[in-house]
Design a protein around this ligand. Structure first.
Ligand SMILES: [Zn+2]
Length: 442
């Protein structure tokens, strides 16, 4: 499973890894590979096809937008003293103190919301991990075809703008696939670990900027999340989390300095946000629902669970005729389980998760986590997200472009789904026929 772990290398139980799929595209001639510098950084560039511009950007258009995702960062951590650069960007720019991640508060769906401006019932991507009814197995949503709608990346490409993705996590590389004009190819330099350390990611972002200068660059920095997930004791959690915050902050500072020293800053917006925050649980606060479901005579053998850290997605696989009774039973068993916060029907309007999220969505209370189907092996790590406790995120817009308000806070409830409409508004590239689910925040 991949819901709460930093992610298995190739998702779970299906075909080739995203990196292997990317290399196959390069071999097939759909993208060309360019190696940069002594560090062996590799980028691929789209050849013709969908990524080719159908319109030309007016000459002299120097607008640039950079989206920096500090994966798993909590808003309060910006005030902890380890992140002077992030704090300066926040305080000097346009800050949204009420900002939040969206259900399910996991990495893949929130990055997809950022780049589509749409909720999961439209994007097709409700969580990191789903039970794929067609395949009959739980898998990671790491395939490029998992995103069912247009992204702002493609919208910009069609309008003649150049785009770039620098994504530190293999599943993000996978799900955004070949959409960007230029893509960092981490495979040649990073062992297939599911995650590249931030120094590599930022080096790639810097090189992409210098080499290709895309109008939009989408960067995921995974270290803060990774260190949150993998530490087991309270003091070491705090120590390595602080170290990760400090390091990532320094890298962000270097990047901003580069924008300034190369004259890009005054033409740029820099959107900094997290995809979710992080919550920690003790080893005696683990919820596992599979055995309870299987102990029930109605449900036994007919409930599949896709665990997503702080959220369990429950799928009824029995007959349609008993589905309604089964949903009621699943909900009542879940709600009677210690540590469970809520167990709404997936079809509840406010969730907007779509059918890939199953029939019942179970959220845990703060300080708990799910491990399913195996109560021990599937999720041994204390740091998790996906549940409401991990909704608050940092979200601020900086940059030297005149459209960015200075030293201002907004009372609006900004969300991850607002990133694409904000970018589209900044570049003036219109909106989807059925509109955005988010709002332009500039
Ligand atoms: Zn994340």
């Amino acid at each position: 499973m991949c819901g709460s772990l930093p992610c298995s290398p190739s998702g779970s139980g299906h075909g080739e890894s995203p990196f292997a799929a990317g290399l196959a595209e390069i071999r097939a001639g759909r993208r060309t590979l360019l190696k940069v510098g002594g560090a062996g950084l590799a980028f691929s560039t789209a050849v013709g096809g969908a990524a080719e511009a159908s319109a030309a950007v007016p000459a002299g258009n120097r607008k640039r937008a950079y989206v920096l995702v500090v994966d798993g960062c909590s808003p309060g951590e910006i005030d902890g003293g380890q992140t002077p650069n992030l704090k300066a960007l926040r305080d000097g720019g346009f800050h949204f103190p009420r900002a939040s991640s969206m259900p399910v508060m996991e990495t893949i769906p929130n990055h997809v919301m950022m780049m589509t401006g749409m909720r999961p019932d439209r994007t097709g991507v409700p969580s990191n991990s789903i039970y794929d009814r067609g395949l009959g197995e739980v898998r990671t949503m790491d395939r490029a075809r998992d995103i069912k709608v247009d992204t702002v990346i493609q919208r910009l490409n069609r309008n003649g703008y150049k785009t770039g993705t620098v994504l530190s996590k293999e599943y993000l590389y996978g799900v955004f696939g070949a959409r960007a004009t230029h893509r960092w190819e981490p495979a040649p330099i990073v062992p297939i670990s599911g995650h590249a350390p931030d120094e590599f990611t930022m080096q790639a972002a810097t090189s992409m900027l210098q080499e290709f200068d895309p109008h939009l660059m989408f960067v995921n920095l995974g270290d803060i999340d990774r260190y949150g997930h993998t530490d087991f004791t309270g003091s070491s959690v705090q120590f390595s989390r602080r170290a990760a915050l400090q390091k990532t902050d320094g890298l962000v500072g270097d990047f901003i300095e580069l924008l300034k020293s190369t004259g890009r800053w005054r033409h740029s917006i820099v959107i900094v946000l997290a995809d979710h925050s992080m919550d920690w649980s003790r080893s005696d606060r683990v919820i596992s629902l599979q055995s309870s479901m299987d102990a029930d005579p109605l449900l036994a053998g007919k409930v599949q669970i896709a665990a997503n850290g702080g959220a369990d997605l429950l799928y009824w696989t029995g007959s349609a005729g008993t589905k309604e009774r089964a949903i009621k039973r699943m909900r009542s068993i879940a709600l009677a389980t210690p540590g469970v916060l809520s167990a709404p029907r997936r079809t509840d309007d406010w969730l907007r998760l779509g059918p890939n999220a199953g029939d019942v969505v179970v959220f845990c209370q703060a300080g708990w986590r799910f491990s399913d189907p195996d109560p021990v092996a599937d999720n041994p790590i204390p740091g998790n997200h996906g549940h409401p406790a991990t909704r608050p995120i940092p979200f601020f817009i900086s940059g030297g472009h005149p459209r960015v308000p200075r030293r201002k806070a907004s009372s609006a409830h900004a969300r991850t789904v607002d990133v694409a409409p904000t970018l589209a508004s900044f570049f003036g590239v219109g909106k989807p026929k059925k509109g955005w689910d988010g709002f332009a925040r500039l």
